[in-house]
Ligand binder design. Structure first.
Ligand SMILES: Cc1cc2nc3c(=O)[nH]c(=O)nc-3n(C[C@H](O)[C@H](O)[C@H](O)COP(=O)(O)OP(=O)(O)OC[C@H]3O[C@@H](n4cnc5c(N)ncnc54)[C@H](O)[C@@H]3O)c2cc1C
Length: 257
């Protein structure tokens, strides 16, 4: 089955064309060369994207089984937090204001400071089988996971902590509310990408509808009607200027398709 998606509405950065996306119900339907998308909170879609696929609603589930939390890869972060609140489960409060679905959160090892989705991960399942955490390569906003993540199992502790939800909300106070895909670049070791972008004078710079946020320089934001071409010009300019000024190669956190 395919679904038409308007990426200028669907993606968090509100950029992209209307495009067909293959909806996958099980592994037999997984197209070979299609790129996987979750909720597109970390993806910038070009005007001519490659073939795209996403998991169907069959993978939007969450349950406790054998003392582990089993979460389907199409489950949104907000639903995970609601479940944890309802069942008095702790350790997932950091997802409260972190947009994404479980598959994207795991693939990106999403998190905030020392709180990362891999912290509680026990194993995950892809179309190639079950993989214990110990067998996976992962790091800061990085994993090496091949293929479509279908679901993952997590250890959990008792006690949902609303104070932590509030703490994470406050930690986001320096992030813009204008549409974005989150941080554009990873922080280089011992540095902050936002500080570097600001230091080369790009904080607040606009090009058409896109710009580097004047709230947080590492957020590429869409003020309305921003295009892929404008976004790429800003990204490449920042990379070039930071390289020239500091000899630092910024690594993109945003995924460009
Ligand atoms: C306002 C805002 C704030 C943000 N703050 C943070 C933050 O504090 N910390 C942080 O880490 N991130 C942050 N992000 C980025 C984003 O929330 C995360 O990267 C999130 O994990 C993306 O999930 P997604 O479902 O939208 O994935 P997508 O953006 O759709 O995809 C991201 C990557 O995951 C892959 N992927 C998606 N689903 C699957 C699957 N089922 N199997 C295999 N691969 C898959 C895609 O191919 C792609 O490579 C923020 C984004 C926004 C818009």
């Amino acid at each position: 089955m395919t679904k038409q998606i308007d990426f200028s509405r669907f993606s968090s950065i509100k950029v992209g064309p209307v495009s067909d996306v293959i909806v996958v119900n099980d592994c037999s339907e997984l197209p070979r060369n299609a790129h996987i998308i979750g909720s597109c909170s970390n993806i910038l879609i070009s005007d001519n994207p490659p073939p795209l696929c996403m998991l169907s609603k069959a993978f939007d589930f969450i349950m406790i089984k054998n003392d582990l939390l089993h979460i389907g890869a199409a489950t949104p972060s907000g639903k995970i937090v609601s479940f944890c609140k309802k069942h008095d489960i702790g350790g997932f409060e950091f997802l409260a204001h972190l947009p994404g679905k479980l598959g994207g959160l795991v693939k990106m090892n999403a998190g905030l400071k020392e709180y990362e989705i891999f912290n509680n991960l026990v194993s995950l399942r892809t179309c190639s089988g079950e993989f214990p955490k110990e067998s996976l390569e992962f790091g800061y906003r990085y994993t090496k996971i091949e293929g479509m993540i279908l679901e993952a199992a997590f250890a959990y502790e008792r006690g949902f902590d609303p104070a932590k939800v509030e703490m994470f909300r406050k930690m986001r106070a320096n992030q813009p509310s204008t549409p974005s895909a989150g941080s554009c670049f990873k922080n280089p070791p011992g540095e902050y990408a936002g500080r570097l972008i600001e230091a080369v004078g790009l904080k607040g710079k606009r090009l058409g509808g896109m710009g580097w946020s004047d709230v947080h320089a590492n957020f590429l934001v869409n003020y309305g009607g921003g295009t892929f071409v404008e976004a790429m010009e800003l990204i490449e300019e920042a990379e070039e200027m930071v390289l020239q000024a500091y000899n630092i190669t910024l690594e993109r956190e945003i995924i460009i398709l």
